[in-house]
Design a protein around this ligand. Structure first.
Ligand code: SIN
Length: 282
């Protein structure tokens, strides 16, 4: 297996590997997982595997989960279909910087995403390294956010365009989750800046050391949150991947954000994503 970094900060391409082999080869799987933790997102070309093999490979990392709004392949639970065509409803959630499903109490460990069909040009995906984003923050900001916690919501994102009854039912099933703004990566101990497009507000910003008058709370908290979320937009933190049919990306959802560039309509783009159950955030 050859490992070729794609940038100085995030992402590497694995060459000479068939992921289907790693379903039964524990040593190969361990090597891939080690590279995943190191580079945060791995890319492979020409992975012409079956859906069953896709699921079986992702299952080596842990249990898979479906998505409450985006449907899965009926024969392969856990394999979410992100299919876009000129007839798709306007539900464009992937073209915002986000970490998958942080509205869950236990956000996903990571994902294995395969391109089934891609547009002739466009439709790239970008990832950002949120450990680097944390490291590069000015010291006074690190101090300011040390103990902050924040809410993450499916209601205000996937639920926003739903009729109110449906939106409230979604929220009842998936109540907002609260996570630390700076999490500790469970495998490496690194600090990760953990706010993204699903984050709505800080829950403990309104304290006497930060707020002179109640008036300070909203602009102060909202501006800081927006500044923190925008750290993913910095090109030096990013890698951008051009898809081809049967290209695969595997990412560590605990230390990255991603953005699917929506520059291809009216072309077709079909992706299949196996999302791996994660753990509580500390
Ligand atoms: C996602 O946002 O999880 C999907 C990314 C993509 O379709 O490129």
């Amino acid at each position: 297996m050859r490992v070729e970094p794609l940038t100085c900060s995030i992402g590497a391409e694995l060459i000479g590997v068939k992921l289907a082999d790693a379903v039964h080869d524990a040593a190969l799987f361990d090597e891939i997982k080690k590279e995943l933790i190191r580079h945060r997102v791995l890319f492979l070309r020409d992975q012409d595997f079956s859906r069953a093999e896709h699921v079986a490979f992702a299952r080596r990392f842990g249990e898979l989960e479906d998505h409450p709004v985006v449907g899965s392949d009926p024969e392969h639970p856990g394999l979410v279909r992100i299919y876009k065509s000129p007839d798709s409803p306007p539900d464009r959630y992937e073209n915002a910087w986000h970490t998958d499903a942080t509205w869950r109490e236990k956000p996903p460990f990571g994902c294995v995403l395969r391109c089934v069909e891609c547009p002739p040009v466009g439709g790239d995906t970008m990832w950002a390294n949120m450990v680097l984003a944390y490291e590069q923050l000015p010291d006074h900001v690190k101090t300011q956010i040390e103990d902050l916690r924040a809410r993450h919501s499916i209601e205000s994102t996937f639920g926003a365009a739903m009729p109110i009854e449906k939106r409230l039912a979604l929220k009842a099933q998936y109540p907002d989750a609260e996570h630390p703004v700076v999490r500790t990566h469970p495998d490496t101990g690194e600090k990760v800046l953990f706010v993204n497009g699903f984050t709505t507000h800080f829950t403990n910003f309104h304290t006497p050391d930060r707020i002179r008058y109640g008036q300070d709370a909203n602009p102060g908290g909202a501006l800081l949150l927006s500044y923190l979320i925008s750290q993913a937009y910095i090109p030096e933190h990013q890698v951008r991947w051009r898809w081809k049919k049967n290209s695969v990306a595997i990412w560590d959802n605990r230390s990255t954000q991603h953005y699917a560039v929506m520059d291809y309509p009216p072309c077709v783009r079909q992706m299949e994503r196996a999302g791996i159950v994660g753990e509580k955030v500390f």
